[in-house]
Design a protein around this ligand. Structure first.
Ligand SMILES: [Cu+2]
Length: 198
């Protein structure tokens, strides 16, 4: 005889909805503790180079860090986390199209993979490092130290320059559930050229 199984579809849907709910900070406890380095962490960090790193000036709350990170090694390097003295928490965010047509940012599952010989572009309206809980105002001209945590246990630190930037009309709302995401200024893809940029 046939048996009808009832699958817990509702539970699965609820979990999926939670996963999409935006910028809720991930629990620190869930961070992978990468103590066993398969490859040499130092070698991975030595193979990274950053160009034009910058942070969007902000009076308080949240902001984003951007730049281009090059991987000069012959192996992929995965960025698993970030930290900075300028904020209580930093997360790796991606920006995706929301169901309603707008753009929404969320924590990047599994981190950012920088391909061997390739680069990772961090820019407004796309992948970025989100700084949450600023410890003080970030003013144009400030130098912000950022540290990226790498799979395997290494870290890569650099200094980013704070700049005024209004091009992407980002709307950061601290507090997780209230996050409205990055809103590209208008229909056109805003050219991410900070005013101070040459
Ligand atoms: Cu973000």
């Amino acid at each position: 005889m046939n048996m009808n199984f009832t699958y817990p579809a509702l539970t699965v849907l609820a979990a999926a909805a939670l996963a999409l709910s935006g910028c809720a900070p991930s629990a620190p406890a869930s961070a992978p503790s990468a103590t066993d380095a398969a490859a040499s962490p130092a070698a991975a960090a030595d193979g990274l180079a950053v160009s034009q790193p910058w942070v969007k000036a902000a009076a308080s709350g949240m902001t984003g860090a951007f730049g281009v990170i090059k991987n000069t090694t012959g192996a992929d390097i995965t960025v698993t986390g970030a930290s900075t003295p300028a904020a209580r928490m930093a997360e790796l965010h991606e920006t995706v199209a929301g169901t309603s047509g707008g753009m929404q940012m969320r924590a990047k599952e599994g981190g950012f993979v920088i391909p061997a010989g390739g680069e990772l572009k961090l820019e407004p309206g796309a992948n970025h490092v989100m700084l949450m809980g600023l410890t003080g105002p970030v003013k144009a001209g400030d130098e912000i130290t950022l540290t990226l945590e790498l799979a395997g246990g290494g870290t890569f630190s650099f200094t980013a320059l704070a700049k005024d930037f209004r091009g992407a009309n980002e709307n950061y709302v601290e507090g997780g559930a209230g996050m409205t995401g990055h809103q590209p200024s208008s229909g056109s893809t805003a050219s991410p050229s900070p005013s101070a940029n040459k």
